[in-house]
Ligand binder design. Structure first.
Ligand code: NAP
Ligand code: F7E
Length: 337
């Protein structure tokens, strides 16, 4: 039985990956930080809380990282832990850099020292492309991060490549474009929208407050992206791979699709901070702008080219944006029912 260790098991991707690896008959260990409140709702949602072995793990503590690897000696190590919210990274740049950047150096150093045979996956991100130099973005596109989060992830990516090249370690970097699901954190824009839309369906009629409606993202389904992570560690050699859908959608379009899922159309009026979205039939105010959700620097357009992953790994996305929106709205309505 292969042993996999997943950091960030309490997060969106960690939970989906744990479920997938359990189905593949792995023994799954999950690293979680000590918190004062139990934080296992995603594992419960997927009904796998009792099928993973939880291990106390904090990326900021080198001795903890080292001893965890020494004790478990996993066949596969998936580093999914991060301060993953771009907005927060502007307010907490130092801790974000420590977790998302230095934390990866801790893992790579510990693996190199005591378990160089362990295969390592680093959760890299399309945010590294930031102010994009190519459209669409692929593995060879230069990086230009636009947030402390993106900067820390660039460092972690290059450290992963560096350990691969210097020590012949199986260290792979997956550059994943945005992927969402029923388990997405409620602060991310897709889930924030689907939770609000579910509220309208169930009679809680609160206008949705958003920031920049015009940035564009390449959104896929997280459940499929974790399969790509696993495939990367089964490849003949370690490498860097982009996972994306190759389709882009504006934030305002995602909001329209989500309201459409409950049979409401939006008409937009005004511009800039005064722009508002009204129900096309009832004229109720559905969406308004709150500048507090603007970012100091924005990533305007992300759209990925995953042809290398298709060719080498046989991976491609299946769930498009329409179906993904339906899945998320439906799930949030069920949670409120
Ligand atoms: P998420 O839901 O925010 O989960 C992040 C996980 O990291 C949580 O389990 C969190 O634990 C854990 N964590 C945070 N700080 C930690 C620390 N100091 N020590 C140990 N664990 C810590 O993120 P996600 O969406 O699943 O993303 C997974 C990874 O992929 C992240 O590295 C993210 O940056 C990257 N990524 C995500 C996307 C995307 O669209 N989802 C795209 C590209 C890359 P708590 O529950 O205790 O907070
Ligand atoms: O923002 C705009 C916001 O926070 C998407 C993380 O998983 O994907 C994620 O990062 C866009 C941005 O995700 C609101 O300005 C408008 O342009 O959902 P998000 P993100 O920043 O793309 C990447 C690939 C990661 O690696 C990250 O870990 O939506 N936006 N209004 C808003 N965003 C939020 N959160 N809230 C709003 O009200």
């Amino acid at each position: 039985m292969k042993k996999a260790f997943i950091t960030g098991i309490t997060g969106q991707d960690g939970s989906w990956l744990a479920k997938y690896l359990i189905q593949k008959n792995y023994k799954v260990y999950g690293g979680m930080r000590r918190t004062s409140t139990v934080n296992l709702w995603r594992l419960d949602f997927l009904d796998i809380r009792n099928k993973v072995e939880l291990v106390e793990f904090d990326l900021l503590d080198y001795s903890n990282v080292f001893n965890t690897i020494k004790t478990l000696r996993p066949d596969e190590f998936y580093n999914l832990a991060a301060q993953s919210f771009v907005g927060t990274s502007f307010k907490q740049p130092i801790s974000t850099s420590m977790i998302d950047g230095m934390g990866v150096a801790y893992i790579l150093d510990a693996l190199h020292t005591i378990a160089p045979e362990t295969k390592f996956y680093q959760a890299s991100t399309s945010e590294m492309y930031g102010k994009v130099r190519d459209i669409p973005q692929k593995e060879s596109t230069p990086f230009h991060p636009r947030s402390p989060y993106g900067c820390a992830k660039v460092y972690a990516h290059w450290m992963t490549v560096n350990y691969r090249e210097s020590y012949d370690m199986f260290a792979t970097s997956g550059i994943l474009f945005n992927h969402e699901s029923e388990l997405r954190g409620p602060e991310f824009v897709t889930r924030k929208i689907t939770i609000n839309v579910a509220g309208w369906k169930m009679g809680k009629k609160e206008p949705l407050e958003l920031g920049n409606l015009d940035s564009e993202r390449d959104w896929g389904y997280a459940k499929e992206y974790v399969e790509g992570m696993h495939l990367m560690l089964q490849a003949d050699k370690p490498d860097t791979f982009v996972l994306a859908t190759g389709q882009k959608t504006k934030i305002r379009t995602f909001a329209e699709k989500a309201f459409h899922a409950i049979d409401r159309g939006i008409v937009w009026e005004g511009s800039g901070e005064d722009e508002k979205g009204y129900d096309a039939k009832t004229r109720e105010l559905l969406v308004k702008i709150n500048p507090k959700f603007y970012r100091p620097a924005e990533v305007d357009l992300l759209i990925g080219d995953a042809s290398k992953a298709k060719e080498v790994l046989g991976w491609s996305y299946k769930t498009g944006i329409e179906e993904l929106t339906q899945i998320m709205v439906k799930s949030d309505i069920n949670l409120l029912a």
